[in-house]
Design a protein around this ligand. Structure first.
Ligand code: AMP
Length: 118
């Protein structure tokens, strides 16, 4: 796969504040926040998108979900957040290095996603 901005960030080639990091992933603030809290969980392994993950990535994918819960707690939004993965251009993905969005701090309306897809 081609290198991306997230590859450079996870490798430390672009100085970026990590809100959390471990051997498998880093967490950064989204540069164009869509909610008062908007952070990205980025695995160090450059999987282009969720649909290209395979069985070998099972533990990593589970880890990313657990980190999401932990980081949301640390940010004080552990009881009210939305987790989003955009997959592919048609799914709104713009950076082709898998990442999870944590969005919180505004009302996540019922049906918001459904109306966007309609
Ligand atoms: P997606 O559309 O799911 O691929 O999400 C990519 C996200 O990355 C967008 O919300 C962008 O605002 C965010 N983004 C792009 N470049 C950077 C960057 N250098 N630092 C932080 N967030 C970024």
């Amino acid at each position: 796969m081609e290198d991306t901005i997230f590859g450079k960030i996870t490798r430390g080639e672009i100085p970026t504040e990590f809100l959390y990091e471990d051997e498998h992933c880093v967490v950064i603030k989204d540069i164009y926040p869509q909610a008062p809290t908007h952070v990205l969980i980025i695995p160090r392994k450059p999987i282009p998108m969720l649909s290209e993950a395979d069985a070998d990535d099972q533990a990593l994918l589970g880890h990313l979900l657990l980190v999401a819960g932990k980081v949301a707690d640390q940010l004080g939004v552990g009881d009210a957040f939305r987790l989003v993965i955009n997959n592919g251009e048609g799914g709104g993905q713009t950076v082709f290095h898998l990442h999870l969005h944590i969005l919180a701090g505004r009302e996540m309306k019922e049906g918001e996603l459904a109306s966007r897809l309609a």
